[in-house]
Write a protein that binds this ligand. Structure first.
Ligand code: NI
Length: 166
């Protein structure tokens, strides 16, 4: 396993859209191991997307189970994920390993229905809410070349310099 290098804003590669994963093979499993290790090596460590390590494939890992009082599915490997339904809207504070010095207030759907493939190519469907739904929406944005910075209503009002990692 290996900890991979994280691209940091304003690296232009973070703005590229990712391609669908074509094959669920050994190379994919090896990459997912490395991506997961990279996620856990970073501060925060609740989510990561492949393009953050310069791999333009639609792969996301989310695990918010370490956060107290948060309902979650545990460790989620989401390949070629699609949000097929959503509801509500909530403002919440977000950070990102690719934007290490700032956090920002972003509106996200409160509930989402996600269809994705797991690392074995099995189709899965998850109903998520609250913080887990927020992290999934944030990570799927990375697959489309979007950062939370792109979702701020106002940089002056909604962007905050980070003092410490929570
Ligand atoms: Ni991020």
């Amino acid at each position: 396993m290996a900890v991979l290098e994280i691209l940091v804003y304003p690296d232009p590669r973070l703005a590229h859209a990712s391609q669908s994963v074509p094959a669920f093979d050994k190379n994919l499993h090896k990459f997912i191991e490395d991506l997961e290790e990279t996620m856990h090596a970073g501060p925060g460590g609740v989510g990561i997307a492949a393009p953050q390590v310069d791999v333009l494939q639609r792969i996301v890992i989310v695990d918010v189970s370490g956060k107290p009082k948060v309902s979650s599915h545990g460790r989620l490997i989401l390949i070629n994920p699609q949000i097929v339904a959503n509801g509500g809207g909530l403002v919440g504070r977000e950070g990102c390993m690719s934007v290490p010095d700032y956090t920002g207030n972003v509106v996200r759907a409160k509930t989402i229905q996600v269809v994705a493939y797991d690392e074995f190519g099995e189709r899965q469907e998850y109903a998520c809410e609250g913080y887990e739904a927020r992290v999934i929406q944030h990570e799927i944005d990375h697959l489309d070349g979007l950062l939370f910075l792109d979702r701020l209503v106002s940089r002056r009002r909604d962007l905050f310099r980070r003092k410490t990692y929570a």
